[in-house]
Design a protein around this ligand. Structure first.
Ligand code: GLC
Length: 556
């Protein structure tokens, strides 16, 4: 039996199987007509979120930022970007979401600040060797006058991971130049974040999504001569904890201190780690109850639309979650990757649909060249299957409309640093961050009263919230039905695999008889004799589950 709604709001386990909707605030809804989404825009759309049937929202950063990395360059962790609103707007938004029984998760970006953060401005204004520089990772360059970077390390967005400041010193930035890495050995850095976690928790935030959680602890020698070069660092087995910045075990001391803050609230605040780690055991440590409590797995987001791959991933992740006492997370799309409706229309490479998506973008990202109907049917099937799994499910804004990646944004309108830092290699992530189409009206499909900050394609006009709301066969109608049923059918966190005799058909059954069958093959699969609750497409033959289709059944 599902818990009564009021019960779930104060239930400390609410996160374990919640459907969480990721909002990329600048592209969700623009209330003040400046072309950029804002917090009042979110508040105005709370009825939409309620009707969608999600139980929590996760907001990507909305803090003051120079937007060098879409807001993941935070200049002040305890305020709202004036373009997106004020703290009062934030409070109103939280109140409106809570009144609609929707929890609020905010993004915390602890590995680096933005270059406009007061700590970094102080560091730049202070001389070499001064305490203000200790909060970051400043090191002397190589060469007579420090004119060479300390190492040949490459930032995740391309280009050197070091930036000179003009006095022979360089600072480390594992991402964009405007994202200097913090020194987490510094007590003021630790204190700053504990204060930030309390600040938002006091304002009613229910949980935190922790950005690149594996990177915070570092061991970067003071002398460049003692630092490993890139090839040496790359060869280090990260599970040994000896890499200079990846997966160092000391990182867990940081999260143990955060856990004390989380647990000082009632109900305890929750957290989910974005942790890119090498082994399941490494991930489990982030998800432990003494740490952040839950960690993303991005395995489905990498996988092809392929039953065998899905099964391996599901079994592995349920086992990992069971070991730690956490629940697992399922993600098919987010603000960093090519949307799954597009990925699934590309020929599978067998290693990563992300790579297939990246290649398609490099080849021009022409939506006319891909079988979008096929991609969309598969996306529906994958989503419906994912929503039947035990654990929490993340839905990225726009996927409920079946949006495709916008692949052909002109270079002059692109914003992502990975595009600018990696010319010809990486097209970047703007194509999944295009403002949402709400209705046919206005200069931005109802997003706001101005031109949107990223261009929307003409084909958005068939995929607006307005158009899909009145279409019984739309993606939005499917998501609404699935999310509502999911709340109703919620049951214990386990599943049983039912033998299908085929590698390309998966059949799971939850303890209350809620079953899902996904057919990723070409041949239809015989429908079991059980009532169909929902199907990812209209079934022309009720006796068969066609290719690229998922059905939910009530079995027993
Ligand atoms: C995470 C975010 C990504 C951001 C990066 C640096 O991976 O999801 O959007 O660019 O961290 O903060």
């Amino acid at each position: 039996m599902p818990l009564p709604e009021t019960g779930r709001m104060s239930d400390p386990s609410w996160w374990r199987q919640a459907a969480v909707y990721q909002i990329y605030p600048r592209s969700f809804a623009d209330a003040n007509g400046d072309g950029i989404g804002d917090l009042r825009g979110i508040t105005s759309r709370v009825p939409y979120l309620r009707d969608l049937g999600i139980e929590a929202v996760w907001l990507s950063p909305f803090y003051p930022s120079a937007l060098a990395d879409g807001g993941y360059d935070v200049d002040d962790y305890r305020d709202v970007d004036p373009r997106l609103g004020t703290l009062e707007d934030f409070d109103e938004m939280v109140a409106a979401l809570h009144a609609a029984r929707i929890k609020v998760i905010v993004d915390i970006v602890p590995n680096h600040t933005g270059s406009g953060h007061r700590f970094f401005r102080e560091a730049l204004a202070s001389p070499k060797g001064s305490p203000a520089r200790e909060r970051y990772i400043f090191r002397d360059g190589r060469g007579e006058n420090g004119e060479q970077p300390p190492t040949d390390w490459i930032s995740y967005f391309g280009g050197s991971a070091w930036e000179p400041v003009g006095d022979g010193q360089w600072y480390l930035h594992l991402f964009a130049t405007e994202q200097p890495d913090l020194n987490w050995e510094h007590p003021e850095v630790r204190e700053e974040f504990l204060t930030t976690l309390r600040f938002w928790s006091d304002r009613g935030v229910d949980g935190f999504r922790v950005d690149v959680a594996q990177l915070l602890a570092k061991d970067i020698p003071l002398d460049a001569a003692d630092m490993p070069d890139k090839a040496t660092a790359d060869a280090i087995d990260r599970t040994t904890g000896r890499h200079p910045f990846e997966e160092r075990p000391e990182v867990h001391e940081i999260y143990a201190a955060w856990r004390e803050v989380f647990d000082s609230y009632d109900p305890p605040r929750t957290a989910v780690a974005e942790a890119w780690v090498t082994t399941p055991a490494q991930r489990a440590r982030f998800a432990s109850p003494e740490g952040l409590g839950q960690a993303f797995n991005f395995d489905l987001l990498e996988a092809d639309f392929d039953a065998a791959q899905f099964r391996r991933i599901i079994e592995r992740n349920l086992a990992i979650a069971a070991e730690t006492g956490s629940s697992t997370t399922w993600v098919l799309s987010n603000h960093d990757v090519v949307r799954h409706a597009t990925r699934y229309s590309l020929p599978p490479r067998g290693d990563s649909t992300q790579k297939a998506g990246a290649q398609w973008l490099l080849d021009g990202g022409d939506i006319e060249e891909v079988p979008v109907e096929l991609g969309l049917a598969r996306a529906h099937a994958a989503t419906l299957f994912m929503l039947a799994l035990p654990g929490s499910a993340y839905v990225y804004q726009g996927e409920e409309l079946g949006l495709q990646e916008v692949g052909d944004i002109p270079a002059v309108q692109r914003q992502d640093p990975s595009f600018f830092r990696n010319p010809g290699v990486d097209v970047g992530r703007d194509g999944c961050r295009v403002p949402l189409p709400w209705s046919a009206e206005g200069p931005s499909f109802g997003f706001g009263d101005a031109d949107p900050h990223l261009p929307q394609p003409e084909w958005f006009d068939e995929m607006t919230v307005e158009a899909e709301s009145s279409d019984a066969t739309s993606t939005l109608t499917l998501y609404r039905a699935a999310l509502a049923l999911r709340q109703f059918l919620r049951t214990e966190e386990s599943l049983e695999w039912v033998d299908t005799g085929r590698d390309d058909v998966l059949h799971i059954r939850r303890p209350n008889g809620w079953a899902a069958i996904m057919n990723t093959g070409r041949r239809p699969y015989e429908m079991p004799d059980a009532p169909v609750l929902l199907a990812s497409r209209v079934l022309s033959d009720p006796a068969r589950i066609p290719a690229d289709t998922t059905v939910w059944l009530q079995e027993g």
